[in-house]
Write a protein that binds this ligand. Structure first.
Ligand SMILES: [Zn+2]
Length: 297
C-alpha cells in the first residue's frame, strides 16, 4: 500500500528510528572525536536511560550523551517525541493537540513550541539585512500591533511597531519601536532601509525629513493607495503584509492578549521562508536545516 508523505515522516518518529532520523537530518552528529583524539562510536548504554545509547570512545572508553551540543540536549523527552512536536509546530497544529498526540503535558508542548520559535528568531536575525536600494520602492508604516496588559492585568500599554515592505523585492518585516517620534522613526528607517530607496509613507509629520537622510520620499493619504510611478498601478503592499502577519499571529496566539513578540517572529519567519500550508513536508525539512544552522553538529 502506498504511504503518504506525512505517514513516511511519522514512521520515523518512533523510539527505534528517532535518533537515526535526527542523524540523517544532521540534527545529531554521525561521527565524533573524543578529547583524547580517537573516534567515538554510538553504543548501547544502560547509564543513558533515555536514549539507551551513548557516544563511547574506542580508545579511552569515555562516554558522552548523543545529545550533547544538539537542539535536544536540555530535554528529558525522547528524541522521537521532540521530532513529533517540531513537526506539529511547523505544520501549525494547535499546541494542545500536539501535546495530546505526543503524550506530553500542554506545558511541555508550549515550551517546545517556544524553542521552535527561537529557531525562527535566530534565522531571521542571521538573514537580517536592509531592504531597498536604488530603484526599489519601500513602503513604511507604523501601527499599534497589539496592546499588552501589564503584570497586574489592568493597564494596557501601547506597543508601536514599524513595518517595512520592499515592493520591488516583495520582502517585508516589522520592528518594535518605543514611540513614533521623528527621531525614533528616522533611526528605524536608517537601520532598515538602504539609502537611495524610494520610501512611501503616510502623511505623518515624523517622516518629513526623509529626503535629507538620503531617500526619495513620497507620501500618501492613508485612505488612498500608493501609485506605482512606473506601472501606474495602485497598490498598498504594506497593508497586505500587516494583515497577513496579524492573521498568522492571531492564529498562533488565540487572542491578542496572549500575544508575544516571538509569535510575530514566527509569523514573519513563515512569510519570509514561504511556509505555506500546502507544503508541509518541504516546510519541515527547511525548518530542520534552520535548526542545524543554530546547532551545527
Ligand atoms: Zn577517548
Amino acid at each position: 500500500m502506498a504511504t503518504s508523505p506525512r505517514m513516511e515522516i511519522l514512521l520515523n518518529f518512533t523510539q527505534e528510528k528517532g535518533l537515526q532520523y535526527a542523524q540523517s537530518k544532521q540534527l545529531v552528529s554521525t561521527q565524533k572525536i573524543c578529547d583524547c583524539g580517537h573516534s567515538m562510536c554510538i553504543r548501547p548504554s544502560a547509564a543513558f536511560k533515555l536514549d539507551t545509547v551513548c557516544w563511547r570512545c574506542t580508545m579511552c572508553g569515555t562516554r558522552m550523551s548523543v545529545r550533547k551540543g544538539t537542539f535536544f540536549e536540555k530535554s528529558k523527552l525522547h528524541i522521537h517525541t521532540i521530532l513529533q512536536i517540531m513537526f506539529d509546530f511547523v505544520s501549525q497544529t494547535p499546541v494542545t493537540t500536539s501535546a495530546n498526540f505526543s503524550g506530553v503535558s500542554t506545558g511541555v508542548a508550549i515550551q517546545w513550541f517556544e524553542y521552535c520559535r527561537d529557531i525562527c528568531t535566530s534565522k531571521l536575525l542571521k538573514d537580517k539585512k536592509k531592504l531597498g536600494g536604488t530603484g526599489h520602492i519601500v513602503e513604511v508604516d507604523e501601527s499599534l500591533l497589539f496592546k499588552r496588559k501589564n503584570n497586574v492585568g489592568r493597564v494596557s500599554r501601547q506597543e508601536w511597531v514599524i513595518g517595512f515592505y520592499d515592493r520591488t523585492a516583495k520582502l517585508g518585516f516589522l520592528r518594535q519601536i518605543p514611540d513614533r517620534t521623528a527621531v525614533t522613526l528616522e533611526a528605524a528607517i536608517l537601520e532598515n532601509v538602504e539609502p537611495g530607496s524610494t520610501i512611501f509613507t503616510d502623511e505623518w509629520r515624523s517622516y518629513s525629513r526623509l529626503t535629507s537622510l538620503g531617500y526619495q520620499h513620497g507620501t500618501v493619504n492613508h485612505s488612498e493607495h500608493f501609485v506605482d510611478p512606473v506601472t501606474g498601478v495602485c497598490t498598498n503592499s504594506i497593508e497586505g503584509y500587516w494583515s497577513r502577519i496579524k492573521r498568522k499571529v492571531k492564529h498562533v496566539s488565540g487572542s491578542v492578549g496572549n500575544m508575544k513578540w516571538s509569535h510575530v517572529d514566527e509569523a514573519m519567519y513563515r512569510e519570509a521562508y514561504g511556509m505555506k500550508t500546502d507544503t508541509a513536508i518541504r516546510n519541515f525539512n527547511l525548518f530542520l536545516t534552520h535548526v542545524t544552522e543554530k546547532y551545527p553538529v
